[in-house]
Design a protein around this ligand. Sequence first.
Ligand code: SAH
Length: 470
Amino acid sequence: MGKVYIVGAGPGDSELISVRGKRLVENCDVLIYDRLISDDIIMSAGKDCEKIYVGKENGGHSIRQEKINKIIIDKARQGHIVVRLKGGDPFVFGRGGEEVLALMESNIDFEVVPGITSAIAVPEIGGIPVTHRGISQDIHIVTGHTAETEITDYEALARTKGTIVFLMAAHSIGSIAERLMEYGMDPKTPVAAIERGGAADERIIRTDLKNIRYERIKPPAVIVVGKTAEFDMVSESKRKTVAITGTEDFRNRLKAKLLKKDYIVKEACRLETVPNDIDIDIDTDEYDWLVFTGRNGVRIFFDYIKNRKKDLRNLKNKIAVIGQGTYDALAEYGIYADYMPPVYTSEELGKGLNNIAENESKLILRAENGSEEIYKYIKNYREVKLYSTKAEYITQCAEDYIVFGSSLGVNTYLDRYDIKDSTGIIAIGEVTCKALRTRGYDAYCCKSPTVEDIVEAIDRYEKIKTIENK
Ligand code: SAH
């Protein structure tokens, strides 16, 4: 018999899940999840993990609770470790309690892992404390779903001096406000509605009880009624979202640097490197030079050497690399490149090699769909296309910045989605920049194709924007 963990995922932002929750997601066999849960959390589950979406179907209705219970129970009975992931906290309007009861009835081992509830966190992210000494000494968390029924005691609520937090009330808040006023609540009571709290396109509407019905509020939203709704404790430097595109190695290195600066990082497009089936025997002895045009090529070439059980001591060639990243990747094998162009582009690599070794023979080890610029100058060569790059996953991100690590990333993403005018676009180099221009987008082109330069470009962008806004 397996076990079920009912885990709270927190509100929106993928970093607001508990450490325990994250570890359970990363290690479970089956992940059963709802709407409003960040893609990054879902993607952090293992490759072999079975992921089952049980949220609302497009525009339609939710899957019935009994059906969800049955899926959870069946998976646990099959002996799996199941994570049932729910937005916010599982026991705050999450129907987590019903799932627990069903598990108890079926004698299935379970645990509940708390989450950060949107009822408190979303106002907080919007700059509103739900309690404040001397102003609000109690919080009432209320669902707007039952607005038309008599379950909630609005008469009592109307008398409170504390804070009322409404969930699921985007459409019903107008009539709720009417009722509260009927029971005597001051029409001037401040109201704040926070849509998509924590997301890059978060919106806060501030008004009062009398006027809230004129606002069109889009779910998901948390609506705060009470004196604290007037507070605006948001720091000026709100975190910015950077969407990244590229291969795993590139994404990981860039992500680490961006997280260090506290940017929110979203993976907008994942490209996967797939080794080509190289059926020829690459005889490195025939060449004076081996030429690497990127890190992934280095890794895949050495995998090839290893798989064919070739001995590294036979590699007597001189080696040229496109730039520092590739130099470093090679250095990890204890090999130090003999040539690297002063500017890290494939055109410069071709030019440089032609200058120093025009007549020597070269073997170019590269990607199938990589840049062709190297061939402008280089002579006396043969090429082996070691691998190709394919799109593995694409999603649209509401981002402040988007970084493109290759023209393939540009084309893959733009075939599917547009980029907003307000988004800062960063291209790793000239070729990528050109691909963006062809599709009608202006981008900042990094001087050197390193993750350091990309982060610096974003920092610089941020500074310019701050000055413009002042
Ligand atoms: N268990 C969840 C609540 C589920 S009910 C929790 O503890 O947070 C779903 C409601 O939560 C939505 O209708 C909305 O009112 C609120 N909500 C969840 N995420 C939100 C977000 N990022 N921004 C605004 N409201 C959110």
